[in-house]
Design a binder for this molecule. Structure first.
Ligand code: G3H
Ligand code: 13P
Ligand code: ZN
Length: 326
């Protein structure tokens, strides 16, 4: 670990003001995961061109894949690139699904402006304790902290059957008060990955539990709520992937109208990773199938990056409502 650097020296902002404006304005800030150069170029280009605030998210897996220092510099490059484009958009660098106090501390010390501590798998009191420790450290540096209550269903889980994994509205006030978190991720039926529900072909996925969201909102008025696992699993990408040699049967996500409804209420951060992965995979497969002699990565990754820009602009403009809110 090099010398400590504070996020304000890097042109980054924490989530305080962006969330408060999003809650009042009835939209959500997009939180896009990135692991490589093309993804971050696409995110910053699309957010600059739609004048949207943005949260750049780095997961533990992304740090392992790309090297944590490299990813941090990519994010800082993105901040500079946005400025050069003349886009004055607020940019947050956020740790996604932090799993320990040490990891969160290391991100705070290296210039992140927001961290998530995901204690959602722990017994309640342990989740409170760990989250509180992260808040105590991060708030010394004005870094925002996201906590989580309730467990998102995994790929193999039956969302409808796993009622106990939904966030319990009766716990949220106690959790927020005891921990001091700045935002709270909740479980209302979303799930991570490209296989969010098991439904028969042509059948609609079960609706998100808006009743739970509104109970949470009643107990925590104007408090920033976060939705993980919120990709729509864009079917045109799944079809392209399957057409060009892939095998993604039964991939299904959250309908856009439900995300829009969530964004209009207390949800002010929506996490999207899988849709970006699908866009990249679809376009790389299509490009290589149509250009079998091509071996310049700039060609097929360039095609993927272009699609990612279009996807992110669409999300900002039509789903999250963050376009024009910078
Ligand atoms: O919520 C998880 C994100 O999609 C990050 O996924 O851990 O494979 O990087 P990852
Ligand atoms: P998706 O897998 O639905 O894109 O969710 C991403 C996420 O929640 C990152 O934390
Ligand atoms: Zn997540």
């Amino acid at each position: 670990m090099g010398k400590k650097v504070h996020f304000s020296e890097l042109g980054l902002v924490n989530t305080r003001e962006m969330f408060s404006r999003a809650v009042d304005g009835g939209y959500a800030i997009p939180a896009y995961n990135f692991n490589n150069l093309e993804q971050i170029q696409a995110i910053v280009t699309a957010c600059a061109e739609t004048s949207s605030p943005v949260i750049l998210q780095v997961s533990k897996g992304a740090r392992d894949y790309a090297n944590s220092t490299m990813l941090r510099y990519l994010a800082l490059g993105a901040v500079e690139m946005a400025r050069e484009k003349g886009a004055n958009i607020p940019i947050t660098l956020h740790l996604d699904h932090g799993d320990s106090l040490e990891l969160c501390q290391s991100c705070v010390d290296s210039g992140f402006s927001s961290v998530m501590i995901d204690g959602s798998h722990l017994p309640y009191e342990e989740n409170v304790k760990l989250t509180r420790q992260v808040v105590e450290y991060a708030h010394q540096y004005d870094v925002s902290v996201e906590g989580e209550l309730g467990v998102l269903a995994g790929i193999e889980d039956e969302v409808q059957a796993e009622k106990s994994t939904y966030t319990r509205p009766d716990e949220v006030v106690d959790f927020v008060t005891k921990t001091g978190v700045d935002s709270l991720a909740i479980s209302i039926g979303t799930s991570h990955g490209a296989y969010k529900f098991k439904v028969k072909p042509g059948e609609a996925p079960p609706s998100l539990r808006f009743d739970i969201l509104s109970e949470v909102e009643k107990r925590l008025p104007r408090f920033p709520i976060v939705l993980h696992g919120a990709s729509s699993v864009v079917q045109s990408y799944v079809e392209l992937i399957n057409k060009y040699g892939g095998k993604m049967e039964g991939a299904i996500g959250i309908p856009e109208d439900q995300l829009r409804q969530a964004a209009a209420s207390a949800v002010c951060k929506i996490n999207i990773d899988s849709d970006g992965r699908l866009a990249v995979t679809a376009k790389v497969r299509e490009y290589l199938a149509n250009n079998p002699g091509e071996f310049d990565p700039r060609k097929y990754l360039g095609a993927a990056r272009k699609e990612l820009v279009a996807l992110i602009k669409h999300k900002n403009e039509t789903v999250l409502g963050s376009a024009g809110k910078a």
